[in-house]
Design a protein around this ligand. Sequence first.
Ligand code: AMP
Ligand code: ZN
Length: 512
Amino acid sequence: MSHISTGVTGHPLKVYNSLGRKLEAFTPIDPKVVRVYSCGPTVYNYAHIGNLRAYIFTDTLRRVLQWKGYDVVHVINITDVGHLTSDADEGDDKMELAASKAKQTIWEVAAHYTDAFKADLNHLNIQDPTLWAKATDHIQEMIAFASTLEENGVTYGLDSGLYLDTTKVADYGRLALMDHEGMMEGARVTSVEGKRNPTDFAIWRTSEEAGKRQMEWQSPWGAGAPGWHLECSVMSIKYLGRKFDIHTGGVDHRQVHHCNEIAQNQGYRGDEDSGVNYWMHNEFLVSGQDKMSKSKGGFLRLQTLVDAGFHPLVYRYFALTADYRSTLDFSWDALKAAQTGYGRLLMRVARHKEAGQWPTKWSGLLDDIRYSRGSSYTFIMGQLLDGVSETAQGWLDRLDEALSNDLNMPMVLAALSELVQQEGLEPDEMLRVLALYDLVVGLGLLSMTAEELTLRPAEAGLSDDDVNGLLQERTQARKDRDFARADAIRDQLQEAGVVIKDGPEGTAWSWK
Ligand code: AMP
Ligand code: ZN
């Protein structure tokens, strides 16, 4: 049920709930405000473009909720402690390892990669969460939470720390479709001595030798650091309540991390509830056979794409071409195709802008979104929709239908590409409808140009001025009928990644 009376948001929103694995009608706890928690990055390295896919998904979710008239309180955490090189309790601490490699303190490493992550999100037009929650700011609350788990009888102590006994909570592993009995018999190999069940996990990891770790806190279980899963239960409950609406993450989290969060929530609350109404997970970005992963190294960053000449929003467009629940295969050719498709879209929008005498009296409204911080789009939508024709409403209905269907962005892009080819809408109306689509897709439809999508590749070796100079020289050489020289210049430019377009009005060029 939608509570907006604009007439275009009438399709009930349905989302896929990983807990139960089915499409469900979305009903928030509070009819006006939706509370969302997204697992954030572990800041021991740059985010790779797979990680960024996860946040393009949460941004889409958030924009859709705002489109549906909800205010969104969105929390993303920053993991700067506790995440081991395996999601189970094995391996080294990722942060400690990165800091010793970089010969820096963990705090320096964390600050650097946190800033880089936020900059990436910004370049992808991802709206800032209402709150960034940093694990190391919540250690005392984690200790208090762990003490409650202990009091509630769901933990046991070992020399290596405090562990959650996964047989003490209801249905452990239901989210992962894990057969718990089978798991117990199959006994996943574990290197932690004394663990009662293979799925049990550390709530607190006691240091073997106090004072050796850079990050260490005193606790009732000795000096040490929290287990990785603890922070998300503690911070989500602190900021969103003991029961909130949506929890997101990549599909890897569906298997271990979120099962453990649920176990902690149940142990803390003392009941069987997972603490969250809808668990939503994005599928992975893959590259051929490989799952892209931070720990493997050699991964692609957003900056890698920029260095190769792609505007960051090309990656956003590319991510939106796939349903969030399908794996998406990255290749340079596929990215190039996205750049072409997005460019074509923007060129068509440019024609409508010319016809509609852009900027219009309402175009400043679009800037306001940047300051919305999770408030619903109701006001902006009301302004943009004021007096539009039934035809325009029909296009918006198509948008609403697609996004209501578990955020079907490929369908939204298909509608958009048809829309820009329409001749039947008044120019101003066309622009309004495009502005409304952009509230959801966040592609800067009215602010970006096709030319901006291609950047100068980092290794081009030529500046824009060099290119212009060489092109003038080539024109002169042609006039002088020195074709060998003209061809040599053309080859030099092509090698540097310049695309030359000779036309009746002279020569234009762009970076490949
Ligand atoms: P991490 O920093 O490893 O904790 O990951 C941050 C987010 O990215 C989590 O929600 C992960 O589930 C998600 N993620 C990791 N790898 C990928 C991938 N290749 N494709 C999509 N999402 C991913
Ligand atoms: Zn988490």
